[in-house]
Design a protein around this ligand. Sequence first.
Ligand SMILES: Cc1cc2nc3c(=O)[nH]c(=O)nc-3n(C[C@H](O)[C@H](O)[C@H](O)COP(=O)(O)OP(=O)(O)OC[C@H]3O[C@@H](n4cnc5c(N)ncnc54)[C@H](O)[C@@H]3O)c2cc1C
Length: 483
Amino acid sequence: MTTNRRTALKLGSAAAATLAASKAQAQKDPDVIVIGAGLSGLYSAMLLAEAGATVQVIEGRDRVGGRLFSARNVEGNPEWGGDSILGGYGRMQDVSANVGVELVDHQSRRDLSPEAHKDPTNTELALRGKLIPKGDWPTHPLNVMPEGAKDRFPGRGFFQAVIGQNNPLEAFEDWLDADSAQFDRSIYEVFKEIGWSDEAINLNYNTNVQYGTSAHDISSLMWFFTQAWFKLQGDLDRVAFKAPGGNQSIPEAMAASLPGEVHLSKEVIGIRSEPGQAEVHCGDGSVYKAKRVICTMPIPTMRWLKFDPLLPALKAQAIATVPVQKITKIIMVPKKPFWEDDGFSPAMWTDTDCGEVRALREGEDANQITCLMAWGRGYLADKLDSFSDEDAMARVIADYERIRPAAKGLLEPAGIKSWQSDPFAAGDWAVWSPGTVTTMVKALIDPADRIHFCGEHTATSNRGMEGAMESGERAAFEVLDVI
Ligand SMILES: Cc1cc2nc3c(=O)[nH]c(=O)nc-3n(C[C@H](O)[C@H](O)[C@H](O)COP(=O)(O)OP(=O)(O)OC[C@H]3O[C@@H](n4cnc5c(N)ncnc54)[C@H](O)[C@@H]3O)c2cc1C
């Protein structure tokens, strides 16, 4: 083909247009795309922006905050998700102050009366549908507590103290050391070794299970770390901070502090790494490009992502197999203080469909109970999810009323939240099965091609909100090292 002047001109303008487009693209493409506007994503974006990197946060939901989600339709904004900011949460406390959120200490409201911290058994015990007055418990026929502990209230407070007495870790951060792998077996085995019966394990651990579905499927190494970490929180400062307006106010203020807007309703469906750049593909057809990507998505939601190239085998295995806790919560608002009629606390620890019911005091008056929150965990969460929302709430209220006839007709359902039915969470916190800790935690953290990973499931020295922040910080520094 001969090139005349006209064609040359045409080619020249096409080349110029391409150049202009790629320049605009270069200006538009940030250094880093952060997927997820929960605590870990927002904190990593804040640190990257502070260090001078350009960053775009994209979020699948139509709100920021992720697993911080406040029930703003209920007095005092109780939390569907992350609740207490504890004594050792340095990053959470600092960042909240820096973005203008003044935290309020709710520790004195965590127990039923201002004097209740002296009485950790202020929650009532109800087994097989019947309330057991505290005085009756030590000699009650259903009391299967271990010898020497017949007067103890069953559940987490008790077994966590026992784990503390048998914790072999010298420093809790050692939980990921190769030497600690010897402790990575089921917590069931540990309880058996210290002489507990199956009935005692079932009552204390498997009822209202907080980590895993039973003592068989949870790592004792995870518990040794978690127990020592929780103890440290209280030893540092016995506080339980919350944000006015609900904890969701914290990520909202963090997002507002970023130089650019968070792009909401951008459900990521795939990430492609290429030489020189990464592409993030969203369900609405949009594509974001950057030098690096930080993926903060919770473990089960990553199972729906297309990674190109495929992730390394161990990382793919960790994403496919590390379990997360199942939790379904129900909020009930009392029409009147029925507990004044029957003389028992409205907070109950049960083996019925009510699960564990907490009495929350979130309003102006720190002594007034504003709502009851029922926690269904593990298989109970699955069971509640198998009903319609209305039927699940009716079921929990009916069970509560059976135990507490004084509550009949006085509990108004105010909402239900199943974290595992939420497509942007698909469950709650990561839990570690026996024999997986020393390999799977690292596999979840490791970067793959141009993708870096954070989120509470990748924290190594903290759990919960502070774990999310720790992981966001680590990912931001990881990226700053390579861009
Ligand atoms: C019931 C409950 C109680 C809790 N109690 C406490 C407590 O008292 N104290 C404590 O410290 N912690 C608590 N936590 C844990 C704490 O809330 C979490 O550890 C923390 O908020 C997790 O932050 P994250 O950034 O790791 O994840 P997330 O907050 O889940 O952020 C991940 C983000 O990714 C987004 N995302 C997911 N999929 C996609 C997709 N395909 N495309 C785009 N975006 C996507 C999500 O929408 C979300 O915004 C609790 C959590 C729950 C649910």
